[in-house]
Design a protein around this ligand. Structure first.
Ligand SMILES: [Zn+2]
Length: 404
């Protein structure tokens, strides 16, 4: 039986709305999953994240393996108890972070993001059939991660959804490399499932990861290999292309095949989460997403606003806000706007590097994304996705469903 209970399917697209049942409670889908990479949603407490309406957060196997270590978190009773989050947790397998070190700019290519200092300092030493040998970015120590290691770490963390260890193939490698790497990812999928069947914690769901780069035949082969295996869900990873049209096309190949091969299994789109990507992803039949965007841009002084011409964002560090007494959004119910904090005050806090400024922007941005997701979900349930998607794309303020 699928962990995902589909409540409604949109007749005009592949979209579905439902409830994902996990060992630590339900996740209303489609859902955005905020990053708690290092066992915290940066700047927030778990009660803040829950109050924003989020059901699930995403922790990172690679970072927590290196520091503070999965054995230590295990002694604390697992990641839920360690970080005091009672709800569902998904853990990334670590494949993306390990391979980002070796493949140079893969992360930037796929996610359109600036290099992250921490991931850059480490180095990959060898990619072998057995696993990956790399140098820790923390202390230069040599470490090894095999598919079994990743599953063992995720078992100790006690996450509700574990992702299998994969090679995240970048955009700039050849088709031949992508083909060989995708085949290895499938062999690693089998090893992960074998390890989990014997040692995995009861109730932990396992998602396979579809690779295959931007090649339709490789993506379709990978989709079939993952969808027909013993996984509980399917994640879509790797390079989806360098343009939005291509990202949507590649995602569509996968979800179309999933509609035929595994229509009820839940689907996660890894690392994609711009506002227009979320709308399109939902239409393509994605159930949950994670992305650093809302939290990361907040820390760089950018706030999400209903402005599609400027990628739904405004730079609050700009001088023009110095004397502005209005909130980020007049109709925003988030803790930042509802309390009346002005753009002028926020600009001042950001320029002065006051922690409160970063926290307030994170709250606003995550609240904005949550309202977009709630609008999409309510629209699917009401049979009105096309209208809602068109309104959001045209710059409607999210929260349409709450306003009736
Ligand atoms: Zn707000």
């Amino acid at each position: 039986m699928s962990a995902l209970e589909i409540l409604s399917r949109d007749p005009g697209s592949q979209a579905r709305a439902g409830v994902l049942h996990t060992a630590h409670g339900d996740v209303r889908t489609p859902a955005f999953v905020p990053l708690a990479t290092k066992a915290t949603v940066k700047g927030l407490e778990p009660r803040d994240v829950a109050a924003l309406g989020y059901d699930m957060v995403l922790g990172n196997t690679f970072h927590l393996f290196l520091d503070p270590g999965h054995e230590r978190i295990g002694r604390f009773g697992g990641l839920h108890r360690f970080m005091r989050w009672d709800g569902p947790i998904i853990t990334d397998s670590g494949g993306f972070q390990v391979f980002s070190m070796g493949h140079g700019t893969v992360a930037d290519e796929i996610k359109g993001r600036a290099p992250q200092g921490a991931d850059r300092a480490g180095a990959i030493l060898a990619i072998e059939e057995e696993g990956v040998r790399f140098r820790s970015y923390l202390n230069g120590e040599e470490r090894f991660m095999a598919p079994e290691t990743s599953m063992e770490v995720q078992a100790a963390l006690g996450s509700d959804l574990a992702l299998v260890f994969d090679e995240c193939t970048p955009f700039h490698v050849t088709r031949d490399y992508t083909a060989r790497s995708t085949e290895r990812t499938h062999r690693w999928l089998t090893r992960c499932l074998d390890w989990h069947a014997e040692h995995g914690p009861e109730g932990q769901l396992v998602y396979g990861i579809v690779q295959g780069g931007v090649y339709e035949d490789l993506r379709r082969e990978s989709t079939e290999a993952v969808a027909t295996s013993a996984v509980d869900g399917v994640a879509i990873g790797g390079s989806l292309g360098d343009r939005k049209a291509q990202i949507y096309e590649v995602t569509g190949w996968v979800t179309r095949d999933l509609d035929a091969l595994a229509p009820d299994k839940p689907r996660h789109l890894l690392g994609i989460g711009e506002i227009d990507d979320l709308i399109r992803g939902v239409e393509l039949g994605i159930d949950h997403f994670d992305c650093a965007m809302p939290t990361r841009i907040g820390r760089h002084g950018m706030a999400l606003v209903p402005d599609p011409d400027h990628r739904w964002r405004v730079d609050l560090t700009a001088a023009r806000w110095k004397d502005d007494e209005t909130p980020i959004m007049e109709d925003c119910p988030c803790p930042c706007c509802a309390a009346g904090f002005s753009r002028g005050y926020l600009r001042y806090l950001l320029k002065a590097r006051e922690l409160t400024g970063l926290r307030l922007l994170t709250l606003h941005n995550l609240a904005f994304v949550q309202r977009v997701m709630t609008d999409l979900r309510e629209a699917i349930l009401a049979g009105a996705l096309a209208e809602t998607a068109a309104a959001l794309r045209a710059g409607a303020s999210p929260g349409l469903s709450a306003r009736g």
